[in-house]
Design a protein around this ligand. Structure first.
Ligand code: SAM
Length: 216
């Protein structure tokens, strides 16, 4: 896998575009600068890797738009050593960004083919993390509690199972809405029974399908 000067240049331009669109967290921009997004694309579609757009990855799913990845990661306020649960591994790109930021990553994907492909790539790139194939709406209770939870698919409601698995003081970033658009929510767990909900911008995600999400 090659990361040429041309790729690096395209990535730098993308960083400038993301900064112009309002991404301020230098750690997020640095991580995006470090991860060759074209590694997550098949060779044929390499040229699409540094445009600020979502792109199909198979199974009717997408690698999220770079702006969306940057926005969710910025809102997650990732700190080195944070234990982060990601729901929706997809291509594995978001996991790579979190890992570059020093997070301890647990990621869940419901499609076996995507889970396997992402795991093979991330392992080849040398990342150490935990990846699970299954229904992420149930979380991963065996490793809970988490400092942060990031949901990268659109949910119909906030799954309570995930709030339960968040540490007190922890943050969950989740898009919630209908099948067309979702409002990004930042959930801050205040105590075992209380949380604060901050409403952010609108986005459009593929659906979160599972026991505590959309039904198939
Ligand atoms: N984070 C991904 C990336 O960087 O490529 C974005 C993935 S895509 C927007 C959302 C992913 O969530 C899809 O791969 C989809 O299969 C997955 N997904 C949907 N419902 C899920 C569930 N209940 N559990 C785990 N993964 C789920």
């Amino acid at each position: 896998m090659l990361d040429t000067y041309k790729d690096k240049g395209a990535r730098k331009k993308l960083i400038d575009e993301l900064a112009f669109k309002g991404i301020k967290d230098v750690n997020v921009l640095n991580a995006i600068n470090k991860v060759p997004r074209h590694f997550f694309f098949s060779k044929t579609f390499h040229a699409h890797a540094y445009t600020d757009k979502a792109f199909p990855i198979g199974e009717g799913q997408t690698i999220s738009q770079p702006y969306t990845v940057a926005y969710q990661t910025q809102m997650l306020q990732v700190e080195k050593g944070d234990k982060v649960l990601e729901i929706g591994t997809g291509s594995g790109y978001q996991s790579a960004i979190l890992l570059e930021m020093g997070a301890q990553v647990y990621t869940i994907e419901r499609h076996e083919s995507l889970h396997k492909k992402a795991n093979a790539l991330l392992t080849k790139l040398g990342y150490k993390y935990t990846s699970i194939c299954g229904d992420g709406t149930k979380g991963l209770s065996t490793q809970a509690p988490y400092d942060k939870i990031i949901v990268t698919a659109g949910a119909p409601v906030i799954p309570n199972t995930l709030i339960v698995q968040l540490k007190i003081g922890g943050i969950m970033i989740i898009p919630v809405g209908d099948d067309k658009k979702q409002k990004m929510l930042s959930i801050v767990k205040k105590s075992a029974t209380a949380f604060e909900k901050i409403e952010l911008d609108y986005f459009s995600f593929v659906p979160l399908v599972g026991e505590n999400g959309w039904k198939k």
